[in-house]
Write a protein that binds this ligand. Structure first.
Ligand code: DP6
Length: 326
C-alpha cells in the first residue's frame, strides 16, 4: 500500500513584523510579531514516501525542482521524530506568485509540516508542528494555525491568538505590483539589517510596544489603531533596510504611489492602511464595506496591478489518500 498526504496552508501576513533573529537557535524572532492568515491564498503540498530505489528527498514548487538544503532541517527533524529513515517526495503548488514577497515560504513550510505529521503519524501537538515548520522559515511557525497569530520574541513556536472569524469584516487587499522573483530574499535582507544597520537596535527596542498595541487593537477590533501601528511597524522595519550596508530598497515607484494614494484616501475618511514585506507588493488592511473603494483606488493608481482580496483565515487542511497499488 502507498500513502499520499495532501495538505494546504495559507501565507501568514505580519501586521507587526518579525525582522531579525535572536541568538541561541534557528529562526528565533528578535521582535514579537502578530500576523493574519490570508484565507484566499493557498499552498497545496503533496508528500509521499519516495520509491524504494530513490535515495534522496525531492521537492518541487510549481513543478520546478528545488535545492534540497533549505528543506533538510524540517525533513530531518521529522525523520528523527518518527524514528524513520524514509525519503520523501514533496510536490508543492502556490495559487499566488512565489518568492515575490507574499510569504510563500510561510505557507510552504507550514503545509509541509502538517503533511509530514499526517504521513508519518507522528501526532505532534500544534506547538511542536509550529517548532518544526519554523526550522524551514520563521514565519511558517505562524502559518501552521491560520487566523490571528502571535509569536513572541525568542520563542520557539507561535501561538494561535484568535480565530479568523473574531473579526469577520476585516479584509486584506494584496496589490501585486510585480510578479518577478525578488533578487534578495527576506533571510539575507534581515541578516544584513541586523548586522549592519545603525537603526536595528532601535527597531528591536521599539517593537515590543508596537506588538502590545497591535494585540490590543485586534482584541478590540479597532482598525484605526491597528492600521496606525501596522504602518509604524513596516516603516520602522524598512528603515533598517534603507540604512543597512549595502542598503536594499524593495519598493517600486508604484509601491510609493499607492502609499501616497492611501494617505489621501484616509484623509477623505477611507479606513485602509497598508503594510509591506520583503518585496514591492502593497497589502492593504481594510473592512468589507470599503473594498470597492480600495480596489478602485489600486487599479486607478496602478492599472496593471493584480488584485487579490481575502478575509482572515487560512487554517491548514490535510487529507490522507491510501492506495493499494505499489
Ligand atoms: C518581512 O520568515 O521569510 O515577511 O525565518 O529567515 O525564513 P526566515 O525569514 P522569513 O521572514 C519574514 C519576514 C517578513 C515579516 C514577517 O513575516 O513577519
Amino acid at each position: 500500500m502507498s500513502r499520499r498526504v495532501v495538505a494546504t496552508a495559507s501565507p501568514s501576513l505580519a501586521l507587526v513584523k518579525y525582522w531579525g533573529k535572536a541568538p541561541g537557535g534557528v529562526n528565533l524572532p528578535a521582535t514579537s510579531n502578530l500576523a493574519v492568515g490570508l484565507h484566499a491564498l493557498r499552498t497545496e503540498t503533496t508528500v509521499s514516501l519516495a520509491l524504494d530505489d530513490m535515495t534522496e528527498d525531492t521537492v518541487t514548487i510549481n513543478g520546478a525542482r528545488q535545492k534540497i538544503e533549505a528543506y533538510l532541517p524540517v525533513l530531518d527533524e521529522f525523520r528523527k521524530a518518527s524514528g524513520s529513515e524514509a525519503r520523501f517526495a514533496v510536490e508543492s503548488t502556490n495559487s499566488f506568485p512565489t518568492g515575490a514577497g507574499i510569504a510563500s515560504s510561510s505557507s510552504g513550510f507550514a503545509a509541509l509540516a502538517v503533511a509530514l505529521d499526517a504521513l508519518l503519524g507522528t501526532g505532534l501537538s500544534p506547538e511542536k508542528r509550529s517548532v518544526l515548520a519554523r526550522l524551514g522559515s520563521g514565519s511558517a511557525s505562524r502559518a501552521v494555525y491560520g487566523g490571528f497569530t502571535t509569536w513572541e520574541r525568542g520563542s520557539e513556536y507561535a501561538t494561535a491568538f484568535l480565530p479568523g472569524d473574531h473579526w469577520p469584516q476585516l479584509r486584506i487587499v494584496v496589490a501585486v505590483l510585480s510578479e518577478a522573483r525578488k533578487p534578495i530574499g527576506s533571510r539575507t535582507a534581515m541578516e544584513r539589517s541586523r548586522e549592519t544597520s545603525p537603526m536595528y537596535p532601535a527597531w528591536v527596542e521599539t517593537s515590543q510596544q508596537r506588538y502590545a498595541d497591535a494585540r490590543a487593537a485586534v482584541l478590540e477590533r479597532d482598525l484605526e489603531q491597528l492600521g496606525t501601528v501596522m504602518r509604524a511597524s513596516y516603516l520602522a522595519m524598512f528603515s533598517t533596510m534603507f540604512t543597512a550596508n549595502p542598503p536594499y530598497i524593495y519598493w517600486l515607484p508604484q509601491s510609493v504611489a499607492l502609499i501616497h494614494e492611501l494617505e489621501r484616501a484616509r484623509s477623505r475618511g477611507t479606513a485602509a492602511w497598508e503594510t509591506m514585506d520583503a518585496g514591492p507588493q502593497v497589502k492593504i488592511v481594510t473592512i468589507a464595506s470599503e473594498l470597492d473603494e480600495v480596489r478602485r483606488l489600486v487599479s486607478e493608481t496602478v492599472p496593471d496591478a493584480r488584485i487579490i482580496t481575502t478575509a482572515v483565515g487560512g487554517e491548514p487542511s490535510v487529507a490522507v489518500h491510501d492506495s493499494s497499488e505499489a
